[in-house]
Design a protein. Structure first.
Lengths: 233, 316
Protein backbone atom coordinates (compact mmCIF):
# COMPACT_ATOMS: atom_id res chain seq x y z
CA UNK A 1 0.00 0.00 0.00
CA UNK A 2 1.37 3.38 -0.95
CA UNK A 3 2.05 6.03 1.69
CA UNK A 4 -0.68 8.58 2.34
CA UNK A 5 0.16 11.94 0.74
CA UNK A 6 1.01 14.90 2.99
CA UNK A 7 -1.49 17.57 3.95
CA UNK A 8 -0.42 20.03 1.23
CA UNK A 9 -0.62 17.34 -1.43
CA UNK A 10 -4.05 16.33 -0.07
CA UNK A 11 -5.26 19.92 -0.26
CA UNK A 12 -4.11 20.19 -3.87
CA UNK A 13 -5.87 16.92 -4.68
CA UNK A 14 -9.13 18.20 -3.18
CA UNK A 15 -8.75 21.44 -5.17
CA UNK A 16 -8.05 19.43 -8.31
CA UNK A 17 -11.15 17.31 -7.69
CA UNK A 18 -13.35 20.41 -7.25
CA UNK A 19 -11.91 22.15 -10.30
CA UNK A 20 -12.33 18.98 -12.36
CA UNK A 21 -16.02 19.00 -11.47
CA UNK A 22 -16.20 22.63 -12.64
CA UNK A 23 -14.44 21.79 -15.92
CA UNK A 24 -16.71 18.82 -16.59
CA UNK A 25 -19.85 20.84 -15.95
CA UNK A 26 -18.92 24.25 -17.39
CA UNK A 27 -22.54 25.37 -17.25
CA UNK A 28 -21.99 26.16 -13.57
CA UNK A 29 -19.26 28.76 -14.09
CA UNK A 30 -21.19 30.16 -17.05
CA UNK A 31 -24.30 30.40 -14.86
CA UNK A 32 -22.34 32.20 -12.14
CA UNK A 33 -20.90 34.59 -14.69
CA UNK A 34 -24.31 35.55 -16.02
CA UNK A 35 -25.68 35.86 -12.49
CA UNK A 36 -22.88 38.31 -11.62
CA UNK A 37 -23.32 40.12 -14.92
CA UNK A 38 -27.04 40.57 -14.31
CA UNK A 39 -26.22 42.09 -10.91
CA UNK A 40 -23.64 44.43 -12.43
CA UNK A 41 -26.20 45.63 -14.97
CA UNK A 42 -28.91 46.03 -12.33
CA UNK A 43 -26.59 48.04 -10.06
CA UNK A 44 -25.95 50.41 -12.98
CA UNK A 45 -29.73 51.00 -13.24
CA UNK A 46 -29.90 51.98 -9.58
CA UNK A 47 -27.03 54.47 -9.97
CA UNK A 48 -27.01 57.70 -11.92
CA UNK A 49 -26.27 57.05 -15.60
CA UNK A 50 -23.71 59.84 -16.05
CA UNK A 51 -20.22 58.43 -16.78
CA UNK A 52 -18.56 60.21 -13.85
CA UNK A 53 -20.90 58.63 -11.31
CA UNK A 54 -20.79 55.21 -13.01
CA UNK A 55 -16.99 55.22 -12.93
CA UNK A 56 -17.08 55.81 -9.18
CA UNK A 57 -19.58 52.94 -8.77
CA UNK A 58 -17.71 50.44 -10.96
CA UNK A 59 -15.51 48.90 -8.25
CA UNK A 60 -18.42 48.49 -5.88
CA UNK A 61 -20.61 46.93 -8.57
CA UNK A 62 -17.92 44.45 -9.58
CA UNK A 63 -17.27 43.28 -6.01
CA UNK A 64 -20.92 43.23 -4.99
CA UNK A 65 -21.63 41.08 -8.05
CA UNK A 66 -18.76 38.75 -7.16
CA UNK A 67 -19.82 38.55 -3.50
CA UNK A 68 -23.40 37.60 -4.36
CA UNK A 69 -22.23 35.18 -7.04
CA UNK A 70 -19.88 33.64 -4.46
CA UNK A 71 -22.81 32.65 -2.23
CA UNK A 72 -24.25 30.70 -5.19
CA UNK A 73 -20.85 29.18 -5.96
CA UNK A 74 -20.40 28.10 -2.35
CA UNK A 75 -23.80 26.46 -2.17
CA UNK A 76 -22.94 24.53 -5.34
CA UNK A 77 -19.51 23.66 -3.94
CA UNK A 78 -21.15 21.86 -1.01
CA UNK A 79 -24.11 20.53 -2.97
CA UNK A 80 -21.73 18.04 -4.65
CA UNK A 81 -20.43 17.03 -1.21
CA UNK A 82 -23.75 16.54 0.55
CA UNK A 83 -25.13 14.28 -2.21
CA UNK A 84 -24.33 10.73 -1.09
CA UNK A 85 -22.63 12.24 1.99
CA UNK A 86 -19.38 12.51 0.03
CA UNK A 87 -17.84 14.89 2.60
CA UNK A 88 -17.97 12.27 5.35
CA UNK A 89 -16.37 9.82 2.96
CA UNK A 90 -13.63 12.33 2.23
CA UNK A 91 -12.92 12.96 5.91
CA UNK A 92 -13.04 9.25 6.76
CA UNK A 93 -10.60 8.36 3.96
CA UNK A 94 -8.89 10.00 5.93
CA UNK A 95 -8.15 13.31 4.29
CA UNK A 96 -6.96 15.88 6.86
CA UNK A 97 -9.83 18.36 7.57
CA UNK A 98 -7.51 21.32 6.97
CA UNK A 99 -6.69 19.81 3.56
CA UNK A 100 -10.39 19.63 2.72
CA UNK A 101 -10.79 23.29 3.74
CA UNK A 102 -7.75 24.60 1.85
CA UNK A 103 -8.55 22.48 -1.19
CA UNK A 104 -12.09 23.74 -1.43
CA UNK A 105 -11.02 27.32 -0.64
CA UNK A 106 -8.40 27.21 -3.42
CA UNK A 107 -10.98 25.88 -5.89
CA UNK A 108 -13.51 28.55 -4.86
CA UNK A 109 -10.85 31.26 -5.16
CA UNK A 110 -10.07 30.06 -8.69
CA UNK A 111 -13.74 30.05 -9.69
CA UNK A 112 -14.30 33.56 -8.28
CA UNK A 113 -11.15 34.93 -9.91
CA UNK A 114 -12.25 33.41 -13.23
CA UNK A 115 -15.71 34.96 -12.98
CA UNK A 116 -14.09 38.27 -12.02
CA UNK A 117 -11.74 38.10 -15.00
CA UNK A 118 -14.61 37.41 -17.39
CA UNK A 119 -16.57 40.25 -15.82
CA UNK A 120 -13.76 42.81 -16.03
CA UNK A 121 -14.04 43.87 -19.73
CA UNK A 122 -17.82 44.18 -19.34
CA UNK A 123 -17.55 46.35 -16.23
CA UNK A 124 -14.96 48.51 -18.00
CA UNK A 125 -17.29 48.92 -20.97
CA UNK A 126 -20.63 49.25 -19.18
CA UNK A 127 -19.38 51.66 -16.51
CA UNK A 128 -17.04 53.52 -18.93
CA UNK A 129 -14.29 52.85 -16.41
CA UNK A 130 -11.06 52.05 -18.27
CA UNK A 131 -8.01 51.45 -16.12
CA UNK A 132 -5.45 54.15 -17.02
CA UNK A 133 -1.75 53.57 -16.45
CA UNK A 134 -0.98 50.63 -18.77
CA UNK A 135 0.50 47.30 -17.69
CA UNK A 136 1.58 48.26 -14.15
CA UNK A 137 -2.01 49.28 -13.33
CA UNK A 138 -3.37 46.06 -14.83
CA UNK A 139 -0.85 44.12 -12.77
CA UNK A 140 -2.15 45.84 -9.64
CA UNK A 141 -5.68 45.04 -10.77
CA UNK A 142 -4.81 41.36 -11.14
CA UNK A 143 -3.35 41.32 -7.62
CA UNK A 144 -6.51 42.93 -6.22
CA UNK A 145 -8.71 40.45 -8.08
CA UNK A 146 -6.73 37.47 -6.80
CA UNK A 147 -6.48 38.68 -3.21
CA UNK A 148 -10.11 39.76 -3.13
CA UNK A 149 -11.31 36.39 -4.47
CA UNK A 150 -9.18 34.62 -1.86
CA UNK A 151 -10.47 36.90 0.90
CA UNK A 152 -14.09 36.11 0.00
CA UNK A 153 -13.46 32.41 -0.58
CA UNK A 154 -12.05 31.51 2.87
CA UNK A 155 -14.93 32.72 5.09
CA UNK A 156 -17.34 31.58 2.39
CA UNK A 157 -15.98 28.03 2.28
CA UNK A 158 -16.11 27.93 6.07
CA UNK A 159 -19.59 29.28 6.63
CA UNK A 160 -21.15 27.46 3.68
CA UNK A 161 -20.38 24.17 5.45
CA UNK A 162 -22.16 25.42 8.59
CA UNK A 163 -25.18 26.67 6.74
CA UNK A 164 -25.69 23.66 4.44
CA UNK A 165 -26.56 21.72 7.60
CA UNK A 166 -28.60 24.47 9.28
CA UNK A 167 -32.27 25.05 8.73
CA UNK A 168 -33.09 28.03 6.46
CA UNK A 169 -29.58 27.70 5.04
CA UNK A 170 -30.02 30.02 2.06
CA UNK A 171 -30.70 32.92 4.45
CA UNK A 172 -28.08 31.93 7.00
CA UNK A 173 -25.03 32.07 4.70
CA UNK A 174 -25.44 35.77 3.80
CA UNK A 175 -26.38 36.60 7.39
CA UNK A 176 -23.20 35.09 8.76
CA UNK A 177 -20.86 35.91 5.91
CA UNK A 178 -21.78 39.43 4.77
CA UNK A 179 -21.05 41.35 8.00
CA UNK A 180 -17.82 39.38 8.36
CA UNK A 181 -16.46 40.20 4.88
CA UNK A 182 -17.14 43.94 5.14
CA UNK A 183 -13.40 44.76 5.38
CA UNK A 184 -12.63 42.63 2.31
CA UNK A 185 -15.48 44.08 0.26
CA UNK A 186 -14.58 47.60 1.32
CA UNK A 187 -10.87 47.36 0.57
CA UNK A 188 -11.28 45.44 -2.70
CA UNK A 189 -13.92 47.79 -4.08
CA UNK A 190 -12.08 50.93 -2.91
CA UNK A 191 -8.83 49.75 -4.48
CA UNK A 192 -10.59 48.85 -7.75
CA UNK A 193 -12.41 52.17 -7.90
CA UNK A 194 -9.19 54.06 -7.19
CA UNK A 195 -7.45 52.23 -10.05
CA UNK A 196 -10.26 53.20 -12.43
CA UNK A 197 -10.99 56.70 -11.18
CA UNK A 198 -7.45 57.86 -10.43
CA UNK A 199 -5.49 57.40 -7.23
CA UNK A 200 -4.39 60.92 -6.40
CA UNK A 201 -3.08 60.20 -2.92
CA UNK A 202 -1.51 56.77 -3.51
CA UNK A 203 -4.04 54.91 -1.37
CA UNK A 204 -4.12 51.66 -3.35
CA UNK A 205 -1.19 49.97 -1.54
CA UNK A 206 -2.84 50.63 1.84
CA UNK A 207 -6.09 48.98 0.75
CA UNK A 208 -4.21 46.06 -0.80
CA UNK A 209 -2.31 45.45 2.44
CA UNK A 210 -5.57 45.53 4.40
CA UNK A 211 -6.99 42.98 1.95
CA UNK A 212 -3.89 40.84 2.45
CA UNK A 213 -4.16 41.08 6.25
CA UNK A 214 -7.84 40.09 6.13
CA UNK A 215 -7.03 37.16 3.85
CA UNK A 216 -4.16 35.90 6.01
CA UNK A 217 -6.26 36.16 9.19
CA UNK A 218 -9.19 34.23 7.76
CA UNK A 219 -7.19 31.63 5.83
CA UNK A 220 -5.33 30.74 9.04
CA UNK A 221 -8.22 30.99 11.53
CA UNK A 222 -10.72 29.04 9.50
CA UNK A 223 -8.21 26.39 8.47
CA UNK A 224 -7.54 25.90 12.17
CA UNK A 225 -11.22 25.53 13.12
CA UNK A 226 -12.48 23.58 10.10
CA UNK A 227 -11.63 20.27 11.74
CA UNK A 228 -13.94 20.76 14.70
CA UNK A 229 -16.72 21.89 12.37
CA UNK A 230 -16.42 18.98 9.92
CA UNK A 231 -16.31 16.34 12.64
CA UNK A 232 -19.58 17.54 14.14
CA UNK A 233 -21.47 17.96 10.91
CA UNK B 1 -16.70 65.15 43.81
CA UNK B 2 -15.71 61.72 45.15
CA UNK B 3 -13.98 59.24 42.90
CA UNK B 4 -16.20 57.56 40.31
CA UNK B 5 -14.54 54.25 41.06
CA UNK B 6 -16.11 53.89 44.54
CA UNK B 7 -19.57 52.64 43.37
CA UNK B 8 -17.81 50.16 41.11
CA UNK B 9 -15.52 48.86 43.84
CA UNK B 10 -18.53 48.45 46.16
CA UNK B 11 -20.47 46.57 43.48
CA UNK B 12 -17.59 44.26 42.66
CA UNK B 13 -17.14 43.52 46.38
CA UNK B 14 -20.86 42.75 46.58
CA UNK B 15 -20.46 40.41 43.58
CA UNK B 16 -17.64 38.48 45.30
CA UNK B 17 -19.60 38.24 48.56
CA UNK B 18 -22.72 37.02 46.73
CA UNK B 19 -20.85 34.38 44.74
CA UNK B 20 -19.06 33.17 47.86
CA UNK B 21 -22.37 33.07 49.77
CA UNK B 22 -24.01 31.18 46.91
CA UNK B 23 -21.16 28.66 46.95
CA UNK B 24 -21.09 28.21 50.74
CA UNK B 25 -24.69 28.78 51.84
CA UNK B 26 -26.56 26.95 49.09
CA UNK B 27 -30.36 26.94 49.31
CA UNK B 28 -32.14 29.98 47.97
CA UNK B 29 -29.00 32.10 47.67
CA UNK B 30 -27.48 29.55 45.30
CA UNK B 31 -30.23 29.97 42.71
CA UNK B 32 -30.89 33.68 43.07
CA UNK B 33 -27.66 35.44 44.04
CA UNK B 34 -27.62 37.51 40.84
CA UNK B 35 -30.71 39.45 41.93
CA UNK B 36 -28.50 41.12 44.57
CA UNK B 37 -26.13 42.49 41.96
CA UNK B 38 -29.11 43.38 39.75
CA UNK B 39 -30.83 45.42 42.44
CA UNK B 40 -27.57 47.21 43.22
CA UNK B 41 -27.15 47.99 39.51
CA UNK B 42 -30.74 49.16 39.22
CA UNK B 43 -30.31 51.54 42.16
CA UNK B 44 -27.11 52.89 40.66
CA UNK B 45 -28.87 53.24 37.31
CA UNK B 46 -31.78 55.27 38.73
CA UNK B 47 -29.40 57.51 40.70
CA UNK B 48 -27.03 57.95 37.73
CA UNK B 49 -29.77 58.64 35.18
CA UNK B 50 -31.54 61.14 37.44
CA UNK B 51 -28.27 62.93 38.14
CA UNK B 52 -27.28 62.83 34.49
CA UNK B 53 -30.54 64.53 33.54
CA UNK B 54 -30.90 67.07 36.38
CA UNK B 55 -27.71 67.35 38.46
CA UNK B 56 -24.76 67.12 36.08
CA UNK B 57 -23.62 70.38 34.41
CA UNK B 58 -24.86 71.21 30.92
CA UNK B 59 -22.58 70.35 28.04
CA UNK B 60 -20.96 73.60 26.86
CA UNK B 61 -21.23 72.98 23.11
CA UNK B 62 -24.31 70.78 22.72
CA UNK B 63 -26.41 71.94 25.67
CA UNK B 64 -28.93 69.48 27.08
CA UNK B 65 -28.56 67.19 24.04
CA UNK B 66 -25.16 66.28 25.46
CA UNK B 67 -26.87 64.52 28.35
CA UNK B 68 -27.51 61.54 26.07
CA UNK B 69 -23.85 60.83 26.78
CA UNK B 70 -24.86 59.19 30.08
CA UNK B 71 -26.70 56.41 28.22
CA UNK B 72 -24.87 56.32 24.91
CA UNK B 73 -21.32 55.91 26.17
CA UNK B 74 -22.13 53.27 28.85
CA UNK B 75 -24.12 51.30 26.25
CA UNK B 76 -21.11 51.41 23.92
CA UNK B 77 -18.64 50.30 26.58
CA UNK B 78 -20.77 47.58 28.11
CA UNK B 79 -22.01 46.10 24.81
CA UNK B 80 -18.36 45.75 23.79
CA UNK B 81 -17.69 44.15 27.18
CA UNK B 82 -20.63 41.74 26.76
CA UNK B 83 -19.27 40.65 23.35
CA UNK B 84 -15.90 40.15 25.02
CA UNK B 85 -17.60 37.90 27.58
CA UNK B 86 -19.25 36.03 24.70
CA UNK B 87 -15.83 35.54 23.12
CA UNK B 88 -14.39 34.38 26.45
CA UNK B 89 -17.28 31.95 26.91
CA UNK B 90 -16.98 30.51 23.41
CA UNK B 91 -13.21 30.25 23.59
CA UNK B 92 -13.68 28.64 26.99
CA UNK B 93 -16.21 26.21 25.55
CA UNK B 94 -13.65 25.10 22.98
CA UNK B 95 -10.93 24.79 25.64
CA UNK B 96 -13.18 22.88 28.05
CA UNK B 97 -13.73 20.15 25.48
CA UNK B 98 -10.45 18.81 26.88
CA UNK B 99 -10.22 20.18 30.46
CA UNK B 100 -7.42 17.77 31.36
CA UNK B 101 -5.16 19.74 28.99
CA UNK B 102 -5.71 23.02 30.89
CA UNK B 103 -2.72 22.78 33.32
CA UNK B 104 -0.37 22.16 30.39
CA UNK B 105 -1.83 25.14 28.45
CA UNK B 106 -1.60 27.29 31.59
CA UNK B 107 2.12 26.54 31.83
CA UNK B 108 2.74 27.22 28.15
CA UNK B 109 0.79 30.48 27.93
CA UNK B 110 2.16 31.73 31.25
CA UNK B 111 5.77 31.06 30.26
CA UNK B 112 5.21 32.50 26.78
CA UNK B 113 3.52 35.61 28.14
CA UNK B 114 6.30 36.24 30.69
CA UNK B 115 8.90 35.76 27.94
CA UNK B 116 7.06 38.18 25.65
CA UNK B 117 6.77 40.87 28.34
CA UNK B 118 10.42 40.40 29.31
CA UNK B 119 11.43 40.71 25.65
CA UNK B 120 9.30 43.85 25.30
CA UNK B 121 11.12 45.42 28.26
CA UNK B 122 14.52 44.52 26.84
CA UNK B 123 13.93 45.37 23.17
CA UNK B 124 13.31 48.62 21.28
CA UNK B 125 11.34 49.84 18.27
CA UNK B 126 9.20 47.47 16.17
CA UNK B 127 10.43 44.23 17.83
CA UNK B 128 9.39 45.73 21.16
CA UNK B 129 5.87 46.41 19.91
CA UNK B 130 5.59 42.91 18.43
CA UNK B 131 6.87 41.26 21.62
CA UNK B 132 4.53 43.37 23.75
CA UNK B 133 1.56 42.51 21.49
CA UNK B 134 2.10 38.76 21.61
CA UNK B 135 3.12 38.90 25.28
CA UNK B 136 -0.09 40.65 26.28
CA UNK B 137 -2.11 38.24 24.08
CA UNK B 138 -0.52 35.24 25.82
CA UNK B 139 -1.02 36.77 29.27
CA UNK B 140 -4.72 37.25 28.44
CA UNK B 141 -4.94 33.63 27.24
CA UNK B 142 -3.23 32.58 30.48
CA UNK B 143 -5.75 34.52 32.59
CA UNK B 144 -8.67 33.07 30.62
CA UNK B 145 -7.36 29.53 31.09
CA UNK B 146 -6.79 30.21 34.81
CA UNK B 147 -10.41 31.33 35.20
CA UNK B 148 -11.56 28.30 33.21
CA UNK B 149 -9.43 25.95 35.31
CA UNK B 150 -10.73 27.39 38.60
CA UNK B 151 -14.32 27.43 37.30
CA UNK B 152 -14.00 23.82 36.14
CA UNK B 153 -12.47 22.80 39.47
CA UNK B 154 -14.76 24.64 41.89
CA UNK B 155 -17.96 25.41 39.98
CA UNK B 156 -18.11 22.41 37.67
CA UNK B 157 -17.96 24.41 34.42
CA UNK B 158 -17.83 22.34 31.26
CA UNK B 159 -18.02 23.03 27.53
CA UNK B 160 -21.81 23.25 27.72
CA UNK B 161 -22.03 25.71 30.62
CA UNK B 162 -19.36 27.95 29.02
CA UNK B 163 -21.47 27.93 25.85
CA UNK B 164 -24.59 28.88 27.82
CA UNK B 165 -22.62 31.80 29.27
CA UNK B 166 -21.64 32.84 25.73
CA UNK B 167 -25.28 32.56 24.61
CA UNK B 168 -26.58 34.90 27.29
CA UNK B 169 -23.64 37.32 26.86
CA UNK B 170 -24.28 37.51 23.12
CA UNK B 171 -27.95 38.31 23.70
CA UNK B 172 -27.10 41.00 26.27
CA UNK B 173 -24.50 42.47 23.92
CA UNK B 174 -27.00 42.62 21.05
CA UNK B 175 -29.59 44.41 23.21
CA UNK B 176 -27.05 46.97 24.42
CA UNK B 177 -25.63 47.29 20.90
CA UNK B 178 -29.06 48.04 19.42
CA UNK B 179 -29.59 50.63 22.17
CA UNK B 180 -26.21 52.14 21.27
CA UNK B 181 -27.05 52.35 17.55
CA UNK B 182 -30.48 53.84 18.19
CA UNK B 183 -29.05 56.44 20.56
CA UNK B 184 -26.24 57.16 18.10
CA UNK B 185 -28.84 58.04 15.45
CA UNK B 186 -30.80 60.17 17.94
CA UNK B 187 -27.57 61.90 18.98
CA UNK B 188 -26.46 62.54 15.40
CA UNK B 189 -29.64 64.33 14.29
CA UNK B 190 -29.31 67.53 16.39
CA UNK B 191 -25.47 67.57 16.42
CA UNK B 192 -24.68 66.78 12.78
CA UNK B 193 -28.11 67.31 11.20
CA UNK B 194 -28.51 63.73 9.98
CA UNK B 195 -29.56 60.46 11.57
CA UNK B 196 -26.60 58.49 10.36
CA UNK B 197 -23.14 59.99 9.83
CA UNK B 198 -21.19 56.85 8.88
CA UNK B 199 -18.93 57.78 11.75
CA UNK B 200 -16.29 54.99 11.90
CA UNK B 201 -17.06 53.94 15.46
CA UNK B 202 -20.81 53.88 14.92
CA UNK B 203 -20.51 52.06 11.58
CA UNK B 204 -18.11 49.48 13.00
CA UNK B 205 -20.51 48.97 15.93
CA UNK B 206 -23.40 48.43 13.54
CA UNK B 207 -21.43 45.79 11.64
CA UNK B 208 -20.40 44.19 14.94
CA UNK B 209 -24.02 43.94 16.11
CA UNK B 210 -25.05 42.48 12.72
CA UNK B 211 -22.27 39.88 12.97
CA UNK B 212 -23.46 38.74 16.38
CA UNK B 213 -27.10 38.73 15.27
CA UNK B 214 -25.97 36.27 12.57
CA UNK B 215 -24.21 34.12 15.17
CA UNK B 216 -27.28 34.21 17.37
CA UNK B 217 -29.50 33.11 14.47
CA UNK B 218 -27.09 30.29 13.70
CA UNK B 219 -27.71 29.07 17.23
CA UNK B 220 -31.43 29.15 16.57
CA UNK B 221 -31.22 27.13 13.34
CA UNK B 222 -29.05 24.17 14.43
CA UNK B 223 -30.98 21.51 16.29
CA UNK B 224 -28.38 19.04 17.57
CA UNK B 225 -27.02 20.44 20.89
CA UNK B 226 -23.40 19.25 20.51
CA UNK B 227 -23.13 20.43 16.92
CA UNK B 228 -24.70 23.73 17.87
CA UNK B 229 -22.25 24.25 20.70
CA UNK B 230 -19.11 23.76 18.67
CA UNK B 231 -20.37 25.65 15.59
CA UNK B 232 -21.56 28.65 17.53
CA UNK B 233 -18.37 28.73 19.62
CA UNK B 234 -16.21 28.83 16.52
CA UNK B 235 -18.45 31.40 14.82
CA UNK B 236 -18.34 33.65 17.92
CA UNK B 237 -14.53 33.48 18.13
CA UNK B 238 -14.18 34.39 14.44
CA UNK B 239 -16.76 37.18 14.71
CA UNK B 240 -14.92 38.69 17.67
CA UNK B 241 -11.45 38.52 16.11
CA UNK B 242 -12.89 40.20 13.00
CA UNK B 243 -13.94 43.33 14.95
CA UNK B 244 -10.56 45.18 14.94
CA UNK B 245 -10.01 44.66 11.21
CA UNK B 246 -13.54 45.88 10.45
CA UNK B 247 -12.94 48.96 12.59
CA UNK B 248 -9.66 49.64 10.80
CA UNK B 249 -11.25 49.29 7.35
CA UNK B 250 -14.19 51.56 8.18
CA UNK B 251 -11.89 54.11 9.79
CA UNK B 252 -9.67 54.30 6.69
CA UNK B 253 -12.71 54.52 4.48
CA UNK B 254 -14.01 57.51 6.46
CA UNK B 255 -10.75 59.36 7.06
CA UNK B 256 -10.42 59.66 3.29
CA UNK B 257 -13.51 61.85 3.51
CA UNK B 258 -12.40 64.07 6.41
CA UNK B 259 -14.98 63.71 9.12
CA UNK B 260 -14.88 65.94 12.15
CA UNK B 261 -14.11 64.34 15.47
CA UNK B 262 -15.44 65.42 18.85
CA UNK B 263 -12.89 66.38 21.47
CA UNK B 264 -13.19 64.18 24.51
CA UNK B 265 -12.40 66.69 27.19
CA UNK B 266 -14.90 66.36 29.98
CA UNK B 267 -15.54 68.31 33.14
CA UNK B 268 -14.68 66.25 36.24
CA UNK B 269 -18.32 66.36 37.43
CA UNK B 270 -19.41 64.89 34.11
CA UNK B 271 -16.74 62.20 34.37
CA UNK B 272 -18.12 61.21 37.77
CA UNK B 273 -21.70 60.82 36.54
CA UNK B 274 -20.51 59.04 33.42
CA UNK B 275 -18.65 56.54 35.61
CA UNK B 276 -21.68 56.01 37.86
CA UNK B 277 -23.81 55.23 34.81
CA UNK B 278 -21.15 52.97 33.30
CA UNK B 279 -21.00 50.95 36.53
CA UNK B 280 -24.79 50.79 36.58
CA UNK B 281 -24.80 49.38 33.04
CA UNK B 282 -22.07 46.92 33.97
CA UNK B 283 -23.95 45.53 36.96
CA UNK B 284 -27.22 45.40 35.04
CA UNK B 285 -25.44 43.53 32.25
CA UNK B 286 -23.98 41.12 34.83
CA UNK B 287 -27.51 40.58 36.13
CA UNK B 288 -28.86 39.86 32.63
CA UNK B 289 -25.97 37.59 31.74
CA UNK B 290 -26.11 35.60 34.99
CA UNK B 291 -29.87 35.21 34.74
CA UNK B 292 -29.69 34.34 31.04
CA UNK B 293 -26.97 31.82 31.79
CA UNK B 294 -29.24 30.06 34.27
CA UNK B 295 -32.15 30.13 31.82
CA UNK B 296 -30.00 28.74 28.97
CA UNK B 297 -28.79 25.91 31.20
CA UNK B 298 -32.34 25.12 32.30
CA UNK B 299 -33.53 25.14 28.68
CA UNK B 300 -30.73 22.78 27.66
CA UNK B 301 -31.59 20.45 30.55
CA UNK B 302 -35.24 20.47 29.47
CA UNK B 303 -34.26 19.76 25.84
CA UNK B 304 -32.03 16.81 26.76
CA UNK B 305 -33.62 13.39 26.19
CA UNK B 306 -34.86 11.74 29.39
CA UNK B 307 -32.64 9.02 30.83
CA UNK B 308 -33.35 5.50 29.65
CA UNK B 309 -35.62 3.50 31.93
CA UNK B 310 -33.83 0.86 34.01
CA UNK B 311 -33.40 -2.47 32.26
CA UNK B 312 -36.12 -4.97 33.11
CA UNK B 313 -36.35 -8.60 32.59
CA UNK B 314 -38.08 -9.35 29.33
CA UNK B 315 -41.41 -11.11 29.92
CA UNK B 316 -41.22 -14.64 28.81
Amino acid sequence: MSARPGVIRQALMVAQKDLLIEVRSPSRVVGLFFFALALVVLIAFTADASPGVLRKTAGGALWLGLLLASTRALDLSYAVETDNDALSGLVLWPVHPAAVFYGKAIANTAVLALVGTLLTPLVVALYSAPIPGGWPAWGQYAVILGLGSAALAAPGTFYALLTTRARASSVMLPLLMFPLVVPALLSASRATTLLMDGDGMGEVPGWVSLLLAFGLLHWSLEGLFYGSIVEDS
Amino acid sequence: MPSGYIPGALGLALFVVLVAAAKLAGGKVRDNWEHGIGLYGLGLFLWGQYSGLFVAPREAMMGDVGRILYVHVPAAWISMMAFTWAFAGSFGSLMLQAPQQLPKILGATGAGGALGIAAAVALDGTPRKLAAFFGVLLVLAFLECLVLYLGHRFFGWDADSADHFAESSTETGIVLGLLLLFLGAVFAKPTWGTYWTWDPRLTASAIMVLTFVGVSLLRATVSDPDTRRSWVSVATVIAYINIPITYMAVKWWRTMHQLQSTPNTLDSDMTFWLRVNAWAFLFLAMWFVARGWRIAAARAAAEAPPPLPPAREVAR
